[in-house]
Each structure stands twice: as C-alpha cells, then as structure tokens.
Ligand binder design. Structure first.
Ligand SMILES: [Zn+2]
Length: 468
C-alpha cells in the first residue's frame, strides 16, 4: 500500500488564533493543538463549535503549549466524541488545569449575562462545561523535554524547549514506513533568546518540513536595554510625583516575567524599594505552577530560585493579594507603589477598579506591557482617549499613559529567521501559520531568500503532502 503523510490546516491559517493542525499518516489522524478561536462573539462561537473532521476519528492529540489559542477548545473536542489521549509537557498540563477551569468559569458567567438579555429567545448553551474540563484533564499524558515517545505506530515524537511560556515545546515527529522516514517539526509559538525566567528556544534535529509561526514576521521588537531603561525611567518619574504605577498584565507569563525583572532591578539598586503588589487570583495560581516547575527555568532563575528562598517570584517587597477586600484596600494606600493586575487588556478582572481609582490623578501612571486588541479598554487608553468608561461610568484620564513593547513572548522577524537558519541542512518545506497574511508574506520572502525552502502560507482547510 502506498504510504501517505498529509497535513491540513484547520486553524491559525492567515490569522493569529485558534491553532488546529491535522496530520494524517497511513490513514490515522493526529491533531496538533486544539485552540480556541478568539474574536467577535458570534463568529468565535461558530468557529469553535465546528470541526471540519470527526473528533471521534482522531487517534491522538499532541499539544505545543498552554496558551488558550492552542488548548482552549480541547474540552469541546472531548464533548464531541474524541476518545484518545492528550500529550503535553508536565508544566503545560499544570497550566492547562488552571486555564481551562478559568475559561469554563468565565464562559458560564458570560452566558448568564447574555441569556438574561435574550428574553423570550431560547437560552444559549455553553461551548463546554466544567465537567468537560475535568474529563479533559483525565486524558493528559505528560512527557518531559528531550525524551522520545510514540503517539502512533510508526511515529516518534520529542519535545524541545520553545522558550515561549512555561512548558512550551517545539515538537519533532518522525514518520517511518517502508524503510523511509520523514521528519516534521511543529514549531508551536516560538519564544525569544535571553528572556527572564525561560531558556532560549532550542534547535532540534533538522526537519524535512517545518510549520512555523509568523506573528511578528514583519516586525522587530525594541531591544532589551531600551525596554529596561524605559521601565526604570517610568518608575522614577512616577515615584518622584508621589504616584503609583498600575500595570495591566496577562496573568500567565507576563506577570511572572515582570516580577522577576523587578526583583533583579531592585537587587541591583536601579529602582527604589517601593511596595509592590500582584493583584490577580489567576496570576497567583499561575505563579504556583511556575514554582512547581523549576526544571523549565534558565540557569539564572534556577539559581536565584534555590539560593534566595523562593525569589524571584516571592521576593520580600512583593505581596500577592488574596481577597477582594484586600484588593480594594489598595485604593486607600498613600504614596508610591506598583500594582500588577489582570486582565492584560483591561476587559475584566481586578485591574478595572485599580484603573477607576488611578486614572483621574495626574501623579499616577498606567503602564501597558502587552498587546492591546482592537476594541478593548486597554487599546482606547493606549491610543490616548481623554475619557473612558469603567464599570459603565465615565472616567477622565489624567494619569500618564505609558507603553513598553519589548516584552513580547513571540520571536520577532530576525529571531525567527535566525532560528530557522540554525537548522543544517535547512528544511525543504516551510508552512507559515499563526500570523496575519501581511507579516507572513514578508517572512516568507525572507525565508525563500535565506534558506532556499519552498514556503507556503496555507489557507484555512488547505492540505499538503509531506511524504513526497
Ligand atoms: Zn502562545
């Protein structure tokens, strides 16, 4: 019988969300990532509820990392009849437990709100429930980095560190039949060299075919020194005014990276010792996962973690806020302080009451350290709105609005190119996913010039042969 190896791109094709790639080898189906599509409510509902393949026919699922756009639709897959295991690294599994439970909880709350307004129309049902999340967690099989395992007969898999978020992996598959082997590398989301906490992205064995993200395929991040110096200047001038710095930050990854960075800057005497607070129950849970997985840290973080009693996540000037009362009590504090709180785009969570309290006072600074999506409160503030609505009430913006864009967890154009060039020989075929069309096209051209590979930017649902 003729051997076949194919890949079909069922998500994150010419967009940055909803990763789902279906590999088919000798008639058996392996799904790589099963992310939630995040976007406008109705469109997202439709996309997340539809699988262009029968989940019951999938034999196995392999996951790259715990971001919701890579794991968030697993419970739906299970609810639709997927019966097999879900492979991931141990740190990804622990983060998935926190993130999927949070996702089911938020979905339920959102639905109650929506159904209240639907009146006579039939009530909407959730995409998945907490029971689906619990079932998902029982299917997880954990694999450490650098250990080979077999997801299907005739197939081996191995995880290398992607340096993107805790537990993130680059996955290399080897498909063997009839004395031939094809190596396929699924890059997942690729991190950046020399970041706080995580190791640099590793380079696995050279693949025949590479699936690569292209989020920042046409952009270069500002360099690290500029970001750190910018942070120091913002802190100094805010504290000199006697104000506070409120940082809306994503609870997983960005918060821990900031905390580790502040720890180093205080140790080095580059920022004054002011009280610092992390106020997000989600960030607290995520940090607990970080503390359980020192095997994912780079050397400096690992050493600091062991030598200095829980530093860099629990240094002595930093307090993790618990109850809502404790959170509100921060509003009564006088003098300089730093409050890191979620959500990162100010679309909900405790950061809202900190904004409501801080925005009207010119002494304070609101510091953005992450991407602010179209239509979010974070984007309106970043774009310089003079008045915004918080909890439905108008708030005049008098505080300084600052933004540092050097914190991205995704490799930029030069980092992506450098990583691909580290393969010798270069992959013959490269597929660009997880990026809008414009950045993907710019990156594709550079890759063609620098590696000689055939580079595709798949459309949604498009299939390719990886055996020939
Ligand atoms: Zn990611």
């Amino acid at each position: 019988m003729k051997t076949t190896l194919g890949i079909a791109f069922h998500g994150a094709a010419r967009t940055v969300t909803g990763s789902r790639h279906l590999l088919t080898f000798g008639g058996k189906k392996l799904l790589f990532d099963c992310g939630l599509y995040q976007g406008r409510r109705d469109e997202a509902e439709r996309i997340n509820r539809t699988f262009k393949f029968d989940p019951a026919e999938v034999e196995t699922v392999v996951i790259s990392h715990a971001h919701v756009d890579h794991i968030g639709n697993l419970p739906t897959l299970i609810a639709r009849g997927y019966a097999g295991p879900i492979h991931m690294t141990p740190a990804t599994a622990d983060l998935a437990a926190v993130l999927l439970a949070d996702s089911a909880f938020l979905m339920q709350k959102d639905l109650e709100h929506v159904n209240k307004r639907r009146g006579e129309r039939p009530a909407r049902t959730p995409l998945f429930t907490m029971a689906d999340v619990e079932e998902t967690m029982t299917r997880i099989v954990r694999h450490d980095y650098h250990v080979e395992w077999s997801p299907l007969p005739g197939v081996t898999a191995r995880y290398d560190d992607a340096g993107h978020i805790l537990g993130s992996a680059i996955t290399t598959f080897e498909f063997s039949a009839g004395g031939r082997t094809r190596r396929v590398c699924m890059g997942g989301d690729l991190g950046r060299p020399a970041r706080a906490i995580l190791r640099d992205p590793e380079t696995p064995a050279s693949p025949d075919s590479l699936v690569l993200e292209s989020t920042y395929g046409d952009r270069l991040h500002s360099d690290d020194d500029a970001t750190v110096n910018g942070l120091i200047e913002i802190f100094h001038r805010t504290f000199a005014r006697g104000g506070r710095v409120v940082v809306p930050a994503f609870a997983v990854g960005r918060t821990q990276e900031l905390v580790a960075m502040l720890h180093t800057l205080i140790e080095d005497g580059r920022i004054p010792e002011v009280p610092m607070f992390v106020d997000s129950p989600m960030a607290r849970n995520a940090t607990a996962v970080f503390v359980r997985h020192p095997e994912c840290f780079d050397e400096e973080t690992f050493a600091a973690f062991h030598d200095k009693e829980g530093a860099p996540f629990g240094f002595k000037r930093l307090r993790y806020i618990g109850s809502p009362d404790e959170s509100r009590a921060l509003n009564d504090r006088q003098g300089p302080c730093v409050i890191i709180s979620a959500s990162g785009m100010c679309e909900g969570g405790r950061v809202l009451h900190h904004l409501q309290h801080a925005l009207g006072n010119a002494r304070n600074t609101i510091l953005f350290v992450g991407y602010q999506g179209e239509g979010t409160l974070g984007r309106r503030l970043r774009d310089g709105a003079e008045t915004v609505n918080v909890y439905g009430e108008p708030c005049v913006v008098r505080a300084e609005i600052a933004a540092l864009d050097g914190f991205s967890a995704h490799a930029d154009q030069s980092e992506l190119l450098q990583w691909v060039r580290s393969f010798a020989p270069a992959p013959r075929k490269i597929f660009l996913v997880h990026g809008d069309l414009a950045p993907a096209e710019v990156l594709a051209q550079k890759l063609r010039e620098q590696t000689g590979a055939t580079v595709h930017i798949p459309e949604l649902g498009q299939e390719f042969d990886l055996w020939e």
